[in-house]
Ligand binder design. Structure first.
Ligand code: GLY
Ligand code: MN
Ligand code: MN
Length: 457
């Protein structure tokens, strides 16, 4: 948790964007896995964490703009709770830690909102993403027609997108742990070991720091399947392993999101080296070009061009590179976006709406295959933290379909792809802060050149 004044300043900055009304923040509840008392590990709502810092279930808060006060709603624990959960600090003590002096029982929130509605005061809230919250909001607001507040969403997005030095410190704490997780997975890989054994080691490192994974780990010999959470394969000589995993900073929950790709054997094959180097060239060129004012859309297209030119050198693509990028032909091999904002969430604030975060009314989102998956396109600004994560994949099913259709046949040499159908994929991902005069790759360096990766093997 940060000092109380951090939360007070964040709330004051947000409240300053509103002339009247109520800003409602609903903290998360425990969520059942299979019955009410057998729960998933608790994860607080990120906007609640950002403005109110308290990391436990069954809290809500109101910023009353007209009355110029902030109220924390929650329940004091009864002796029954204490028997099962041990003694807990009083609600007022918790509130004081984040600079709030007024607390009320949770059940009073509904009454407070009812009174506000009866005098036609606006209640601003963010889009609920858990069923339990939808039900609560319906009850509190007396309607099934919930209308989240665009004004609140936009204000939160613009504030949370710009990270303060204390937030960056937390992200770098997470990245130092994530570096250890990647180095362990790279070193421990060998023919005969199961993906699940590596995944267990990686997650164990995160848990041992009192943190937790920022998202379910991707650790697979089938990197061509983009969100592959299956860990049932045994590593075999000749394969690549793609590891996309990162921890949250212990206690504060700031995310890290790193991908590395490495060979099961001690060295890359020459085919693997050629593909790997194209992805690395794209990743480093984008990072080098990042500075305030640059549109992330243009960075995606820069990566696409480097990938296209690299594949042309290998004879897998052909024709004019710019035209191939504009047509979207590269997306056969690079079907996802270049990256996304990261912060308290791995895909930062996407619960508030992906386009609010990444397009912000500045740009129209493309419908083209590949580019439509770009989550962040707008101009970057100092304090933004973005992932840069180009990849190059050979997805047999997609190749087969496009080849049948002869899609983009002017740009793709389908007859040269046969030797790559079992290749899988390569992705390299780092987390980059935009600074006043350029950028900084966050965290301690994690091996990524071919020589550095092979040295770990
Ligand atoms: N780890 C998911 C992503 O890179 O977006
Ligand atoms: Mn990732
Ligand atoms: Mn990512």
């Amino acid at each position: 948790m940060f000092p109380a004044n951090t939360y007070q300043e964040r709330r004051a900055a947000l409240a300053g964007k509103f002339d009247n009304g109520l800003l409602l923040f609903v903290g998360n509840e425990d969520s059942p896995m299979n019955c009410a008392d057998n729960i998933y590990r608790f994860r607080q709502d990120s906007s609640f964490l950002y403005y109110f810092g308290l990391d436990q279930p069954h809290l809500a808060a109101l910023i009353d703009i007209d009355e110029q006060k902030t109220i924390l709603f929650g329940d004091e624990l009864t002796i029954d709770h204490v028997v099962w959960m041990g003694p807990q600090p009083a609600l007022s003590d918790q509130a004081a830690k984040v600079g709030i002096s007024e607390t009320r029982p949770y059940a009073e929130l509904g009454k407070y909102l009812e009174k506000a509605r009866s005098s036609s005061r606006a209640v601003h809230f963010t889009p609920p993403y858990r069923g339990a919250d939808i039900l609560k909001l319906r009850e509190w607001l007396g309607t099934t027609d919930l209308e989240p507040s665009d004004q609140l969403v936009k204000a939160i997005v613009e504030q949370r997108l710009v990270k303060s030095p204390e937030e960056i410190r937390q992200m770098e704490i997470a990245l130092a742990i994530t570096r250890q997780m990647h180095i362990t997975a790279i070193k421990e890989s060998r023919p005969g070991i199961k993906e699940a054994q590596l995944a267990g080691q990686v997650e164990g490192i995160a848990l041992a720091t009192e943190g937790q994974l920022a998202y379910p780990a991707i650790l697979t010999v089938n990197g061509q399947t983009l969100h592959n959470h299956h860990h049932g394969n045994v590593l075999q000589s000749g394969q690549l392993v793609l590891g996309d995993f990162g921890t949250e900073a212990p206690h504060t929950h700031y995310a890290s999101d790193i991908t590395r790709t490495w060979p099961v054997d001690k060295t890359f094959t020459s085919q693997q080296k050629e593909i790997y180097q194209i992805v690395l060239d794209a990743e480093m060129a984008v990072i080098e070009a990042l500075k305030p004012g640059v549109r992330f859309l243009d960075m995606h297209l820069l990566a696409a061009k480097i990938i296209t030119e690299g594949l042309q050198k290998l004879g897998l693509m052909k024709g004019d590179a710019d035209a191939a990028v504009e047509a979207g032909a590269y997306a056969l091999f690079f079907p996802h976006g270049l990256g996304h904002a990261i912060g308290l969430d791995v895909h930062d604030m996407e619960d508030l709406g992906e386009n609010h975060v990444g397009y912000a009314g500045e740009l129209e989102r493309s419908t083209q295959f590949g580019l439509k998956s770009l989550r962040f396109a707008r101009a970057v600004q100092p304090g933004h933290v973005l992932t840069v994560e180009p990849g190059l994949y050979f997805i047999p099913e997609l190749i087969e379909q496009w080849q049948k259709e002869q899609r983009h046949a002017d740009y793709i040499n389908y007859d040269k792809l046969q030797p790559y159908l079992n290749f899988s994929g390569v992705r390299i991902e780092d987390n980059v802060l935009i600074t006043e005069d350029g950028h900084r790759v966050l965290g301690p360096a994690i091996p990524k050149t071919i020589e550095e990766v092979e040295a770990l093997r």
